[in-house]
Design a protein around this ligand. Structure first.
Ligand code: SF4
Length: 75
């Protein structure tokens, strides 16, 4: 999974940092606007990242899934 944020679209709601704090941060010194901490989060964070994308009110968060790898035993 690759994550990108379009910072100019962020409205500083803070949802992303609440549901996926290892991937997003909304720092006070940044007035709550998003900071992407982990552009390629481990699989353990994927569900939280998807929830953050769903809850983002401005469409700032974009997710790119890696294609499903081929089955080695079939090649
Ligand atoms: S949820 Fe969206 S709008 Fe809210 S702080 Fe995160 S990126 Fe910005």
């Amino acid at each position: 999974m690759k994550v990108t944020v379009h910072g100019s679209m962020c409205v500083a709601s803070g949802n992303c940092g609440l549901v996926a704090p290892r991937v997003f941060r909304n720092r006070d010194e940044n007035r709550g606007f998003v900071e992407l901490l982990e552009p390629e989060p481990p699989e353990s964070e994927w569900e939280a990242v998807r929830e953050a994308e769903y809850l983002c009110p401005s469409g700032t968060i974009q997710i790119e899934q890696h294609p499903i790898p081929p089955f080695d035993h079939l090649t």
